[in-house]
Design a protein around this ligand. Structure first.
Ligand SMILES: Nc1ncnc2c1ncn2[C@@H]1O[C@H](COP(=O)(O)OP(=O)(O)OP(=O)(O)O)[C@@H](O)[C@H]1O
Length: 364
């Protein structure tokens, strides 16, 4: 009897020691996995750094090839441009940019606002097999793009804090298993830096050979020297480290040479082909009016300017000094028969989206 008790006691002790060991083994295996992952990242970083040094010693990041020549995808690209995007001819540099991406190059595009940067990655996204990931800083810009693409019949979605669970599930399935129709996926930079789940699905998509292109919109946000620095953009370098074989296109309307060098380094695209288009916009001009000191008169003048200059229901933006002023000016303009609404950071997502949807898709 006493023997049995001793055996049971020792059995319990052994079992508890075994449990303790299992926990330790699990912790060690987890550590091993993390170290393997870090090892792979460090190796890739070393590789990129060496390539970067070689590239800066030998070749500047400018276009040397003739990207306006003939390519095997020419007729398919022309067909998609015309029949899917409804665009009759390319603007300056668009064709060359598209050709360099289609050739698998990393590309840096500096093109004026409204110059047609989106087509430069959306057309290759449609032409290439698989999914294009687009990182863009603003929800409103993303919504605009997704709405525009949906209108063209191109399967595009966005994965942001506002995406509902069902769409999120659809997107994750498309990334992980290649199910469902998804060609272009928009995310904010926070998704890359903060969502391990998203990055793991993206990893799976890449492993299955389905990640076709990465586009970084408003790429100047990477640089602390740029006017719009976004801390989460700093982490986008991970994309080239994780997916070195996937071409990357970085696009911006404004980048000094210091900012360009900075973002090439941060995104790890030292061999990128660079395209700079003129930032001059002949259709844009400034006009300065003297402002009355009487608020009501100012609103009357704005209302008159809008109805006289834009009698055909065109859309426009009135920038105000404060959120409160935005709300007041919109109300006053409505009182003068102008269809106006306000939009600022202090509105909830649904209200913002509602206003956004009322603005016709921007035409540059
Ligand atoms: N080759 C083209 N011919 C005619 N219209 C074009 C062409 N390329 C683009 N567009 C149109 O020009 C407008 C502006 O294009 P897009 O939005 O891509 O500009 P952007 O360079 O991304 O501007 P932003 O810097 O403001 O985001 C869109 O309506 C687009 O359809």
């Amino acid at each position: 009897m006493e023997d049995e008790e001793n055996i049971e006691e020792e059995l319990l002790l052994v079992e508890s020691q075994l449990n303790g060991l299992q926990d330790k083994i699990k912790t060690l295996l987890d550590q091993q996995e993390e170290l393997y992952e870090r090892q792979a990242q460090l190796k890739a970083m070393l590789e990129i750094s060496k390539t970067s040094r070689d590239a800066s010693n030998s070749a500047p990041s400018v276009a040397l090839e003739d990207w306006s020549g003939k390519f095997s995808w020419d007729s398919q690209a022309d067909d998609t441009r015309f029949n899917v995007f409804g665009i009759s001819s390319y603007r300056s540099n668009q064709r060359e940019i598209i050709n360099s991406i289609m050739s698998g190059k990393d590309v840096l595009v500096i093109m004026a606002a409204g110059g047609g940067k989106s087509l430069c990655y959306q057309l290759p996204a449609v032409l290439r097999d698989g999914i294009t990931l687009v990182v863009s800083p603003l929800l409103s810009l993303i919504q605009d793009q997704v709405m525009g693409l949906a209108a063209l019949g191109i399967p595009a979605h966005m994965l942001t804090s506002t995406t509902n669970k069902e769409i999120e599930k659809f997107i994750y399935k498309a990334l992980e298993k290649g199910e469902g129709e998804l060609k272009i996926l928009y995310v904010t930079p926070e998704k890359i830096s903060k969502s391990k789940r998203f990055m793991s699905k993206l990893e799976k998509c890449h492993h299955a050979g389905r990640l076709s292109l990465v586009a970084i919109d408003e790429a100047h946000c990477c640089s602390q020297w740029g006017h719009d620095f976004r801390p989460d953009y700093k982490n986008l370098g991970i994309l080239k480290i994780q997916f070195p074989s996937v071409p990357m296109i970085a696009l911006t309307a404004t980048a000094t040479s210091k900012v360009q060098m900075d973002l090439i380094e941060m995104l790890h695209i030292p061999r990128s082909v660079k395209f700079v288009s003129t930032v001059n916009r002949p259709n844009l001009f400034y006009r300065v009016y003297e402002k009355s000191s009487v608020g009501k008169v100012v609103i009357d003048e704005i209302a008159n300017f809008i109805s006289e200059s834009y009698p055909n229901n065109e859309s426009g933006i009135v920038y105000c000094f404060s959120r409160k002023e935005c709300e007041q000016v919109a109300k006053e303009l409505r009182g003068r028969g102008i269809s106006a609404d306000y939009y600022h950071a202090d509105m909830d997502v649904v209200a913002r989206e509602k206003v956004h949807m009322r603005v016709p898709h921007a035409q540059g």
